[in-house]
Write a protein that binds this ligand. Structure first.
Ligand code: CO
Ligand code: CO
Length: 316
């Protein structure tokens, strides 16, 4: 696709940004995003919540404030009960409300495969947009949610996941990145993205790709669901995990001491994952503390930005 250039385009398709950002005036820009997918959890209300939290997250990753949202629905009208659709939309609506945004419409089509998501529009000051590039050597990396939801969802489909693990993963995926984003905007944040389908290391790679920085990830500091360990050791890994690892093989160097299950978890595709934030060292501790106080209990400093190796990530 040819790249679009426009003097008011702050974030477009040239990098793998979380959302598009377009300047309307000197002090106002809109943030736009769209995400939808097939069900990843059994309960329709939960699915609606997770899909909405996931769609809203791309606005939060840019530092924006969601204003309006629109549903996008593919639904098998002839073969599925309409009450299921009502539950999904109810879950989505509750999350949009929690975000302080307004649902303004949507579109649905008859489709044999159920899919749901939202298009979200938010606002931000043009000078405050947080891109996924811009991390600086010396920065600390904060991850705000535990990893492993892809592994747990895969195990759940095969009825091999412990009940507690499924409930914990759903609760985590349905949690908005609202507070994490608002708190990150109180400091001089250099870069941010949300961890979704490419996994923690895949999205971290987007932050260093084509730049003159590198990253060191301390695997023992990375938060993950305890049950994901055993499930990964049983080989219950989503197909996307292997693709994520192969795709970034030349950018990621994993130390031999890192256990195999943990290397898997670092590439596990996430749905509605946490924010990965690059913040100056002097702000990192205080920001992390404020996150913990705000109930973002699993947020952790998981590594740092380095001048070397350029364009690469070392996992220890
Ligand atoms: Co994103
Ligand atoms: Co997205």
């Amino acid at each position: 696709m040819p790249l679009v250039t426009d003097p008011n385009l702050i974030a477009g398709m040239e990098r793998a940004e979380d959302a598009g950002v377009y300047r309307l005036s000197d002090d106002l820009a809109i943030v736009q995003t769209l995400d939808f997918f097939t069900p990843i959890v059994d309960d329709p209300y939960d699915f609606g919540q997770v899909a909405a939290a996931n769609a809203l997250s791309d606005v939060y990753a840019m530092g924006g404030r969601p204003l309006t949202a629109m549903n996008i629905v593919c639904f098998p009208v002839g073969t599925m009960d309409m009450s299921i659709l009502r539950e999904i939309l109810g879950g989505g609506l509750d999350k949009v409300r929690e975000a302080g945004a307004v649902l303004v419409g949507g579109h649905s089509v008859d489709d044999p495969e159920l899919k749901y998501g939202l298009s979200v529009t938010g606002t931000i000051h043009p000078a405050k947009v947080v891109l996924n590039s811009g991390a600086k050597p010396g920065d600390r990396l904060i991850l705000t949610k535990p990893l492993g939801t892809g592994i747990i969802n895969t195990a759940q489909k095969l009825q091999r996941a412990p009940e507690g693990a499924v409930a914990a993963a759903i609760e985590c995926m349905a949690t908005l990145n609202k507070k994490a984003s608002e708190l990150m905007m109180t400091v001089e944040v250099h870069a941010c993205t949300d961890v979704t389908g490419f996994g923690f290391l895949g999205h971290a790679c987007e932050m260093v790709e084509g730049t003159d920085i590198g990253m060191l990830v301390r695997s023992s500091a990375v938060p993950y669901f305890p049950d994901a360990k055993g499930l990964a050791e049983m080989g219950l890994l989503p197909g996307g995990l292997h693709r994520n690892r192969e795709f970034r093989a030349n950018m990621v160097e994993i130390d031999r001491q890192v256990p195999g299950y943990l290397a898997d978890i670092l590439f596990d595709p996430q749905t509605s994952g946490g924010l990965l934030i690059s913040v100056p060292e002097q702000d990192a501790g205080a920001l992390l503390q404020r996150m913990h106080q705000a109930g973002i209990r699993q947020a952790a400093i998981v590594g740092e930005v380095l001048g070397e190796p350029k364009g690469k990530i070392v996992v220890q």
